[in-house]
Design a protein. Structure first.
Length: 162
């Protein structure tokens, strides 16, 4: 018998000039980046939330509050790595992760493979256990106007029972 759990994470950040654009731990060439207390990586934030939620371990704000100066400008791979460690300590393994990035700009097709590779490495799973999809909002809302990027993450985790 095994204990399987699903987690969902969501994040959205405003695009602003003079910041690097980090998605999935990959710096993407762009004239705008994501505003955030940390590096603003909406992909890793959503994924961290999905993992924590699946294991019943709270959310990213509880573990890495944006009011804590130690996380100012922090690389979001730090958050994801810590979430993975917390799951492992609780006996969970990551089965798979499915990510959807919603953005009008920049076009993400050319970097999806690199994001997938990096996320798999951070999760310590094979690349075939990570899916990265990119969509647009077809001009609708803040994301559609190119003012923000949003991300959804769904994960499946499993804890083996004795």
């Amino acid at each position: 018998m095994s204990d399987m759990r699903v987690g969902h994470g969501y994040d959205i950040h405003r695009l602003v000039p003079s910041r690097p654009l980090m998605l999935g731990g990959v710096e993407i060439e762009s004239e705008v980046g994501l505003l955030g207390h940390s590096d603003g990586d909406a992909v890793l934030h959503a994924l961290t939330d999905a993992l924590l939620g699946a294991a019943g371990l709270g959310d990213i704000g509880e573990h890495f509050p944006d009011t804590d100066p130690q996380f100012a400008g922090a690389s979001s791979d730090r958050f994801l790595t810590r979430a993975r460690q917390l799951l492992a300590a609780d006996g969970y393994r990551i089965v798979n992760a499915d990510l959807t990035i919603i953005a009008e700009r920049p076009r993400l097709g050319p970097v999806k493979v690199e994001i997938r590779r990096n996320v798999a490495a951070l999760l310590e799973v094979s690349e075939d256990r990570v899916a990265v999809k990119a969509r647009t909002r077809e001009g609708l809302g803040a994301v559609g106007r190119g003012e923000a990027i949003e991300t959804h993450a769904v994960v499946l985790i499993e804890r083996a029972k004795a």
